[in-house]
Structure formats: structure tokens, C-alpha cells
Design a protein around this ligand. Structure first.
Ligand code: SF4
Length: 190
């Protein structure tokens, strides 16, 4: 899961999804990632782009997990202490693997929250109390944290896009001031 999130950074999910099976067949453990040369690993993942940076992150992550005897930590703080693991990757791991109510706050979640609940207070969404506070409250109300996070990602991809959101057909329109303004006003579907 942590490896997948590194592969997903700035990359379309569909490209990563088709790449993952062969990758995990070749590198099934942290040790297998450590045993391959960095330059060779870069070549193996070149199809996804950003290969040098990704290879370096994958090897650093594998080394950190090996140093813990292969154990992946179970708290957000410990996860974020691993190389290449920030709040988003830690939340993705905890909500998906452990079922913990952690919101995956990225630009999509931030856009969704801002359009319904109002603007952020800080530029950096990782530390914005409004975005993170709302997202955390919502994910705690959801029966499944992982499904909530995936639903927001889907909604952001299908309806609540940065440009030209499709508010008329969005299931959140009833509770969304931004959507109502767009549908009823001059900013409709622009
Ligand atoms: Fe986004 Fe429009 Fe849906 Fe509101 S109604 S969440 S702005 S797509």
C-alpha cells in the first residue's frame, strides 16, 4: 500500500493499476527492492515517469521498513516518520488497510470541502485546520473510511472537477452552496 501510494504520486491511477501486478511479482518484499540497483529500479518504473525520484523513495522506504524487521508502523506519527510518507499516504494506508477514520486530504478533497463548507484558512492544505477539520468530521461519520475517501476521489473526478464541474448532475448539489450558485447563476457549468 505504501509502495502503491508512492507509485501513484502525480500519476493516473489507471496507469499504476495496470503496472502494479508485474511490479509486485518482481519486487514482492522490501528486501527485494533493496537488492536491486537504484538505476535498475529506475529503468523498471520508467514507464510511470519521475523514475529517479520514485526509485530513490522506494529504496529509502524499503530500507526503513527492513530496519524495523519488516514491520510497518501502526500510527500516523510513526508512518509519517518513514521516508516518502506524508499525511496523505499515511491516511491512505490507515483508512484502507486498518480501517481507521483518516481522511485522505489532497487537492480533490480540499476542493470538495471548500466548495461545500467554505474556503481554507491556510495556503498549504496539509496544515489547514478548516479543510482537515471538516474532512476528519466527515470521515468519522462514514461507515467506511476507505469508501468515503474513494467516493470523494470519484466525485472530484466525475463531477467536482477543478474546471467545469458538472453541478447539475452532482449528488451533492442539494447541500452545496457553490453548486447552487453555479447552476442558478452566471457561473453555471463554467
Ligand atoms: Fe462540486 Fe458542483 Fe457537486 Fe458542489 S455541486 S460538490 S461544486 S460538482
Amino acid at each position: 500500500m505504501l509502495v502503491v501510494e508512492i507509485l501513484l504520486q502525480q500519476t493516473q491511477a489507471s496507469r499504476v493499476a495496470s503496472f502494479i501486478p508485474a511490479f509486485f511479482l518482481e519486487f514482492p518484499t522490501p528486501r527485494s527492492l533493496l537488492e536491486v540497483e537504484g538505476s535498475e529500479l529506475s529503468v523498471r518504473i520508467a514507464t510511470l515517469g519521475l523514475q529517479k525520484r520514485r526509485a530513490s523513495r522506494l529504496k529509502a522506504l524499503a530500507a526503513a521498513i527492513e530496519a524495523r524487521d519488516g514491520r510497518i508502523p501502526g500510527t500516523k506519527e510513526e508512518l509519517q516518520a518513514l521516508p516518502g510518507v506524508g499525511p496523505y499516504v499515511a491516511a491512505a494506508f490507515l483508512s484502507t488497510v486498518a480501517g481507521e477514520p483518516e481522511a485522505m486530504v489532497d487537492v480533490n478533497m480540499a476542493r470538495f470541502v471548500e466548495r461545500i463548507y467554505g474556503p481554507r484558512e491556510l495556503v498549504d492544505i496539509r496544515y489547514d485546520p478548516h479543510i482537515n477539520g471538516i474532512a476528519t468530521r466527515l470521515v468519522r461519520l462514514a461507515p467506511s473510511a476507505a469508501e468515503f475517501n474513494w467516493a470523494v476521489l470519484d466525485l472530484a473526478a466525475i463531477h467536482c472537477r477543478a474546471r467545469s464541474p458538472t453541478c447539475r448532475t452532482c449528488p451533492m448539489l442539494e447541500v452545496c452552496p457553490e453548486g447552487k450558485a453555479r447552476v442558478g447563476g452566471t457561473r453555471e457549468e463554467t
